[in-house]
Design a protein around this ligand. Sequence first.
Ligand code: AHR
Length: 323
Amino acid sequence: MRSHKLFLSALLVLVLAFTSVLFVAHAQDASGAGLTIGFAQVGSESAWRTAFSDAVKAEAEARGINLLFSDGQQKQENQIAALRSFIAQGVDGIILAPVVETGWDDVLQEAADNSIPVVVVDRNVTADESLFVTRVSSDFVHEGRLAAAWLVQATAGKCDIVELQGTVGSSAALDRQQGFNEVIALFTDMQIIASQSGDFTRTNGKEVMESFLNSIDPATICAVWAHNDDMLIGAIEAMKEAGIDPGQDILTISVDAIPDIFKAMMDGDANATVELSPNMGGPAFDAIVAAINGETLPRWIPVAGGIYFPDTAAEEYARRGGQ
Ligand code: AHR
């Protein structure tokens, strides 16, 4: 009887050891090594976007992930086609950086039907939350609030502002605008006197600023609020060509913290920038691995950023690889 019990115990130990070996063999390595992941990027409209693409590619290479990269050229239809191609190729996961918020439900449903986890990065989508694993991003509303708070204190709460909006329908533009407007609404002498989209590009930022300077007396403009640094750099060019001293005659505030804005600060042309970290690849890959391993994730994985001024511009320019 005793030897029978011993035999059963030994058998149980063997079965447990075997099943745990099987489990370990099937659990995805935490780095994501060996996975094939599709990345549907917005485009290459700004220096920040290029830095973000480069960071994701470098992270994939360091982890041994096979990354399928698609540049959507700022067109939602291109991004939807890329997602369908990733699904057809049977990728292990998808990272979606959506150009606009709406219109993703059908294609996300197709990914879900094929049991492919999707992680949304940077801008948001309005689709049902069950259709994607999580979102890795900064808080765009907070960025807008930070920008406005700086401008309030720099102008003692009295400022006529021209606004360069980002891409129409993108959460980066909608939320930054919301956060900024919430704060200036608390001050009766702060208002937006003109506002137009520059689509997050340097060229459009310059054109929109030129049209503002042609239609509004520049002496009445206290500040330019740009939803990204690239549009502001275009606006700086427009101001200089119009004989205006940017950063002095007209204050500037923008978002991203790219090397060129620090150069502009060093030249006395820009006053402040709110940082948007491009380092979202790591947490996005981690989220896909966690989803594959059946773990439950928070709905939002935040990425933090600060606000920067000319006093540290030279240091930041060097630190961020400016040249
Ligand atoms: O979605 C983030 C925004 O997109 C960045 O601020 C801008 O530079 C980019 O085009």
